[in-house]
Design a protein around this ligand. Sequence first.
Ligand SMILES: NC(=O)C1=CN([C@@H]2O[C@H](COP(=O)(O)OP(=O)(O)OC[C@H]3O[C@@H](n4cnc5c(N)ncnc54)[C@H](OP(=O)(O)O)[C@@H]3O)[C@@H](O)[C@H]2O)C=CC1
Ligand SMILES: CC(=O)[C@@H](O)[C@H](O)COP(=O)(O)O
Ligand SMILES: [Mn+2]
Length: 380
Amino acid sequence: MKKIAILGSTGSIGTQTLEVVRANGDIQVLGISAGRNIKKLEEQAREFCPRLVAVWEEDAARELRVKLQDTDVKVVSGMEGLLELASMEETEILVTAIVGMLGIRPTIEAIRAGKDIALANKETLVTAGHLIMPMAEKYGVRILPVDSEHSAVFQCLNGERREEIHKLLITASGGPFRGRKRKDLEQVTLADTLKHPNWVMGQKITVDSATLVNKGLEVMEAKWLFDVELDRIQVVVQPQSAIHSMVEFKDGGIMAQLGTPDMRLPIQYALYYPERRYLDGERLDFAKLGQITFEEPDMETFLGLPMAIQAAREGGSMPTVFNAANELAVKKFLHEEIRFLDIYDIIGQSMGRHKKTESPDLDEILAVENETYQWIESRW
Ligand SMILES: NC(=O)C1=CN([C@@H]2O[C@H](COP(=O)(O)OP(=O)(O)OC[C@H]3O[C@@H](n4cnc5c(N)ncnc54)[C@H](OP(=O)(O)O)[C@@H]3O)[C@@H](O)[C@H]2O)C=CC1
Ligand SMILES: CC(=O)[C@@H](O)[C@H](O)COP(=O)(O)O
Ligand SMILES: [Mn+2]
């Protein structure tokens, strides 16, 4: 029995991880967690019988303790609870399916405790990749990508030598507003933004796909995961989301990984790597698909990608500012407090005023995050 714990078990990646567990029958789930969705946590606790459930909100944790008093499940709360879940003694893999840079501390705690990481939470690598990757090497743990593009690259690299990579080709759907210009984006609504053309995902990443911030975060994630310089990472718009990403090698040969838009594949691949297991569901049908097309990303309209590349080139604490500003801006957009294009203004202005710290440690990253939030709150 493989033993795992899941940070963010009630979300899109978390619930699909549990579908993979259910279908295979040979993984034991020792810990689950959420922000405050205790209804789903209770259902999951009763089905998967974990030892520990971590709930961020203390009042929700208290309520869940009462609901689960007929079981042996321990319910913990807050950051201390997430850290306890991340470092549970018998866990082999921690699935980081939590949203946002809140995932940094539990991820670091899990690495220190020698757990492999099945990483969906890209914000952690974007802001703290310079701490996490060396730490993973030091503690001998594997960072197994779950993000579809990074899983695709990881699959393309199977049996290949990393030093023979010429470039990574990260594919993008282009989001729901592909083909539109800045003027057309002035009046788009939250409902329009949440209609991703191909993938069903959590709300934050769905907005990030529409702004192309998601692709910017993924470029930074790829840089850390595969140790490839920024100039060797190219974003290619591929609107059908059939090719999940590609690797071009020194000799010009290109490997691609294709499939239907189904996150259970990368999740299952990470959990069983290097083994491949059967997965039910729709298969890619080329006759039905008809064509696979390619475009350049529109960097003049969708500023999320060029701003991310700028943050990555500046390095140090700038990616933290980029990410923190985006997290708060998306929260405000989801609450319909700001308009779509304000997301770019919030990120751009936050980056513009920031005095960069080189190679920030964990406390400095968290301080920059806080300071960015405070500055945005004082203006928007
Ligand atoms: N969805 C997808 O297909 C993909 C997602 N990713 C990445 O995976 C991560 C998760 O995305 P996704 O599953 O879509 O997100 P969701 O919003 O669907 O789920 C987020 C999860 O995090 C939990 N959570 C939120 N806030 C807290 C908190 N303060 N403390 C503890 N847990 C919390 C949520 O709990 P609650 O239910 O209580 O709010 C929920 O379980 C993101 O980093 C995303 O970029 C990457 C590739 C694809
Ligand atoms: C499923 C997944 O990995 C998402 O990150 C997805 O790639 C988003 O699609 P975009 O290409 O539209 O950002
Ligand atoms: Mn992705």
